[in-house]
Design a protein around this ligand. Structure first.
Ligand code: NAD
Length: 700
């Protein structure tokens, strides 16, 4: 392989027993999933597959030829039947009669819905004509790094010929669309024995009469390219050889933790970005190399790559032999501003009169010698996937530059794809982001009753959530449950004891490396204890003070430090207690510690306001359901304090409340969400009691 670290040849995974008895469309799903299961065959969401299948027309009952082709969006690895668009082949062929030439090719996309078979709502992609006009039953269009390396080499045509002879043809760069579909058809008709074609600066088309034949051709063509690269690269310096050496893994993460919030702050004025850090060997080899700067400046080549990564990354100047992170930080704002100026210049130089307005001019990919790669986007999945795409681009550059010269796409061609009206239309169709999209929240006690409900509420609104808790087992189960429900990109567990200065610092550092920084701190980790004052031991008193007041101090101090590094405001919500306002029998240590939390919140609201850092308090009372506090001693002690059985407690609290209602973790979470969101943008230093009404805890 181009990157020898990723193993040798692709295996032929076709299983006749599995394929036995499958219908044409089912075989297409099987083929697509099998191809997509190896990222060396195609990058995430990249490429598409199709089959032409004869089916009964639901209207006429006649047998008609239907093109099943991967629809817009989706990923081959996980695509199901409903991910495919279905179109009448007869109608698709008829479109040739409407075609007015290449300068009008974009209008052909508007005709595709008219060709829909069986009212299938899945939108057909821009690549549909490329599949339709290849006169073969099965067509694969993949983006394997090994083939894009051929496609992005200066002498791509000659290399294609050298590797594949006449079996695989070559077509010059052409933006995907109707015209390229016609080119492919012409190529097939003129070269009936060819099994596929390399598209310059783009990828691979392969075909076959049966799904199995098509799959096997795709795999063997990629393996041939991998073989060839391995032979040709033997003994050659990769990326011109090593210029600097990597720092060790903990040092790399420590630098990422320091830098990512600062980058994030500088690129998040319009909307908050999420970050991803990658220091895998392929990335380090590239960022440490002599050719890093010239190759990075050439930009990525495959359209799929630069749509995600922007054409060029930003290289952060840094010498790992004399690591001076503060100097990097001091220069960062200028470096980022310079990148924006460059992007504006690219836009101005390439724009057409009808081009869409300039989009976010900030870099997506940040490369740092000795450290690795940071990527930023509007959501975590996109940040992660953009990083994966840049690794694809690194693999391509490695292959192409070792055996030949790597060529990126020209700025104009890249611009024409990036600001293509059809691409813009796709962006416009995206659903409106959720209320907390782009926000990063850390919830202490995130594995407990109120913490878990809060995490759920924030996740529902699109935030990324770090669950910080001391209870490892509960943390693992909360992380499992929430990752399953909201996706792995959104949730991270960190095991911390909020009373430990070091652990708190490392929990926040972890948050910065995993997501890029922080916007919301929910300080909630806690306990409850009950004892008359004469029986309150110093240990019990200190425990309350340590976890509650000191714990809240430590996490908010760390959050403030990060907020100030990011310079994009911040939001702190303290989960205190009704008992912080109202005295309660036999719980002086707890009540006093909770009162300290409330006053700490007021002080921090005062200090944070000038930096747009808001601090507010939610006071729960008697949240029995889901709370671990109410499973232990506290429950018995409270029952004893009120001289009743534990079974009667819930009813006691309900009837004690003014509204005669029980309070649930979700009720507390709702108030926390209010303070964590823009709905309360103009509130700080406030307290909301969620206690079903209790006159003793009225704030004024
Ligand atoms: P819970 O016990 O279900 O959750 C508390 C979580 O905090 C647990 O997961 C626990 O492991 C974690 N934790 C404890 N010590 C920690 C430490 N040192 N470091 C990190 N994590 C630690 O309880 P809950 O009811 O969800 O309580 C959440 C907060 O709400 C607490 O601050 C509590 O005082 C407050 N509160 C609860 C009630 C109620 O009736 N449940 C009423 C008023 C206030």
């Amino acid at each position: 392989m181009l990157d020898k670290r990723s193993g040798s040849r692709l295996a032929n995974l076709w299983d006749d027993a599995k394929a036995e008895g499958m219908s044409g469309p089912e075989l297409l799903v099987y083929r697509s999933n099998t191809l997509g299961s190896d990222k060396r065959v195609t990058n995430y969401g990249g490429g598409n597959t199709s089959s032409k299948v004869w089916q009964k027309d639901p209207l006429t009952g006649e047998d008609v030829e239907v093109l099943w082709v991967k629809g817009s969006g989706g990923d081959s690895a996980s695509i199901k039947l409903d991910g495919f668009a279905t179109l009448y082949m007869q109608k698709l062929r008829a479109l040739k009669g409407l075609y007015r030439g290449v300068e009008h090719e974009d209008e052909m996309v508007g005709y595709l819905p008219h060709c829909t078979f069986n009212l299938n709502p899945r939108a057909a992609s821009i690549d549909t004509p490329l599949h339709a006009f290849v006169p073969k039953a099965c067509v694969d269009h993949m983006h394997p790094d090994a083939i894009i390396a051929v496609a992005a080499a200066k002498d791509s045509k000659a290399i294609t010929k050298e590797i594949f002879g006449d079996a695989i043809g070559w077509l010059p760069w052409k933006r995907p669309g109707f015209e390229l579909g016609l080119w492919l058809e012409k190529f097939c008709l003129e070269n009936p024995d060819a099994k596929g074609v390399v598209l310059e600066s783009h990828g691979l088309f392969t075909w076959g009469d049966t799904p199995k034949e098509c799959y096997e051709t795709t795999i063997s063509v990629i393996n041939q390219a991998i073989d060839w690269f391995e032979r040709k690269s033997e003994g050659k310096a990769i990326f011109g050889g090593e210029a600097v050496q990597s720092l060790d893994a903990p040092a790399r993460r420590a630098i990422a933790a320091k830098l990512m919030p600062r980058i994030r702050g500088l690129i998040s004025e319009k909307s908050h970005k999420l970050g991803h850090f990658d220091d895998q060997p392929a990335v380090l080899e590239f960022v440490n190399s002599k050719d890093l700067r010239p190759l990075a400046a050439l930009g990525t080549s495959c359209p799929d790559h630069f749509l995600r990564t922007k054409i060029r990354p930003l290289v952060i100047e840094f010498d790992p032999a004399k690591p001076d992170v503060d100097a990097v930080i001091a220069r960062l704002a200028d470096d980022i501003a310079e990148y924006r100026v460059g992007y504006q210049a690219y836009y101005d130089a390439c724009k057409h009169p009808d081009s869409p307005a300039i989009r976010d001019p900030n870099a997506v990919v940040y490369l740092m010698p000795g450290v690795g790669m940071f990527t930023f986007a509007g959501d975590k999945a996109t940040a992660r996937i953009s990083g994966e795409f840049y690794v694809n681009a690194i693999n391509v550059m490695r292959g192409a530059s070792t055996v030949s010269s790597y060529v990126g796409l020209s700025a104009q061609e890249a611009f024409d794809i990036e600001y293509w009206q059809l691409e813009e239309a796709k962006l416009q169709r995206l659903p409106k982001p959720k209320a907390l999209a782009g926000q990063i929240a850390l919830v202490t006690g995130g594995a407990g009753g109120i913490g878990r409900a809060t995490a759920t509420r924030l996740l529902r609104e699109g935030a990324c959530v770090v669950l910080a808790d001391i209870d490892e087992a509960a943390l693992a189960s909360a992380n499992d449950e929430l990752s399953k429900a909201y996706g792995k990109d959104f949730v991270r567990p960190v095991r911390i004891d909020v009373t430990s200065e070091d652990q708190v610092a490392s929990g926040f550092a972890e948050t910065s490396v995993e997501f890029g920084g922080i916007d919301i701190l929910v300080s909630n980790a806690g306990l409850a204890s009950s004892a008359p004052i004469e029986e309150t031991t110093l240990a019990l008193w200190n425990k309350n003070m340590d976890i509650l007041s000191t714990g809240y101090f430590l996490v908010s101090r760390e959050a403030f430090r990060l907020f100030r590094a990011q310079k994009i405001g911040g939001n702190v919500v303290f989960v205190a207690s009704k008992n912080g306002l109202a005295a309660s029998p036999n719980a002086s240590a707890y009540c006093t510690a909770k009162a300290a939390e409330i006053h700490l919140a007021r002080c921090l609201a005062l200090e944070g306001a000038e930096a747009q850092i808001r601090v507010n308090v939610v006071n729960p009372d008697a949240v029995l359901r889901g709370s671990k506090i109410w499973t232990g001693e506290w429950k018995e002690q409270r029952a004893a304090a009120y001289k009743m059985s534990t079974d009667d407690l819930e009813e006691h609290y309900r009837s004690r409340s003014m509204l005669k209602r029980s309070v649930f973790p979700e009720d507390i979470a709702e108030a926390i969400y209010f303070f964590a969101s823009g709905m309360s943008a103009k509130s700080t230093g406030n307290i909301v009691n969620v206690d079903a009404g209790n006159a003793q805890s009225f704030t004024r």
